[in-house]
Write a protein that binds this ligand. Sequence first.
Ligand code: PMP
Length: 305
Amino acid sequence: MNAAKYIWMNGKFVAWDDAKTHVLSHTIHYGNGVIEGTKAYKTAKGYAIFRLNDHTKRLKESAKMTIMNIPYSIEEMNQAQIELIRRNEFKGDNVYLRPFAFLGYGVMGVYHKEAPVETVMAAWEWGAYLGEEGMRKGIKLKIASMTRPSNTSNMGKAKATANYLNSQMAKYEAIDCGYDEALLLDDQGYVAEASGASFFMVKDGKLITPPNDNSLESITQKTVIELAEYFGIEVLRRRISREEVYIADEAFLTGTAAEITPVRIIDAREIGAGTRGEMTEKIQSAYFDIVFGRNKDFEHYLTYI
Ligand code: PMP
């Protein structure tokens, strides 16, 4: 990974190499931590963080769901992230921010009430999550053999570290089978989300994306829905079954890291023409216009540094 200069840890900026924790930190053993993934882009007016407040708010909400009391306000954490981008003096177009909270050292055993909450904001330069070629030509998606954990036993709306064991197994399986990314169904067999992104398909000129019944409330998915409305494209939010995915005209993934990644193959079936589709390209290029500050109508989503 690309190291940066500073990390914000519990209210202070520390050198990248000094942001450490004890090996007996509670989260390492029992998996209760919450994370965000936010992005800053280098616009013509300097770096701008995309939908900063929405991401920080989701971190606070994830922590509430998992009973972890982050002792900082959303505003304090927003300011920490702004200052973090400033102090690190990044150069490239793409900076990824990882605000998170975890349970530190001092308590063992599953019961976590007395475990100290550590709050951290880190940032580093990070390019296309699913590769530059994937962004142009599309990626290969495999439907995972495991489903997303059901709502009766997990909290998929928390961006909780524990949820990424399921994601990690699915992603590993996909890559091991020669694919790039995994698509997870819910326990009823309908599309939930990818291992770290949301799913969209195009059919007969309409965009279809599942409701967040069994997935993270994705900020990029919301942005794409707004963008579709802006272009007058009809968006259907409904359940999608496996067979429908195979006969989509186009498909793409959305996420802060994945941005808008076209899908060219799903489980050995070519999607549409087997390359980036027309509507996908339109949404992708419009998304980059927004995050790089080239669309005035969406500038309210940018926090300039
Ligand atoms: N689902 C999962 C499981 C994710 O990890 C992510 C990435 N945060 C997403 C969806 C997309 O969310 P967002 O658009 O808010 O980044």
